[in-house]
Design a protein. Sequence first.
Length: 237
Amino acid sequence: MCGRYTLHTEKELLARRFEIDPDALGDLAPRYNIAPTSEVLTVRLREREREAARMRWGLVPSWAKDPKQLRSMINARVETVAQRPAYRRAFRRRRCLVLADGFYEWQQSALERGPKLPHWISLADGEPFAFAGLWEVWRPEGAAEDAPPLLSCVLLTTAANADVSAIHERMPIILPPEREAAWLDPGLDDDVEALLEVLTPVPQGCLRARPVSRRVNSTRNDQPELIEPSDAPNTGF
């Protein structure tokens, strides 16, 4: 599961790393507490070229009547994503990279009813990375043809590896750089078996985790201090 993440890497580095036009990133502010329903930065293929796209985090299927009536679809389990009606078409045809440089998970306190302890998890080398994502296009009934559609996305999750399992049993799928192009490749459209093979997350030893302040629990907070190590993660909001 992933309910919050960060993206504070400067845009020129992101543009080089993910082969996208830096001008398309516009005014990209650093973010330290990205939450569901936020607008997030993704990369998809359009006419075989990589394109940066802003999307709502929380998938809205094209057949939905009213997004406000949907349950939150921010994570999709890799074990069932090819079969679930909400995800299976996007899995086959609309895949994207969701750009990040860290994510949060909450560990159950040693106290029976104690508060969960937040941790910030990043690549050990500190580099930005891509979550495996799916995207969809939604238009309200009766909308004008030239009305902009709602673009939305969901993150794929898998069983946590040894770097994360002591904190949480699930984790988002972080694609190794060499698999990012394959995940976007339209040549794999409809090949469920091949797509599932691409979804091998980064290996054990690639991630580092550290406890941080509970201030991250509030979406009102979005400062660099949120990812600083905390000796007392139970304190503060």
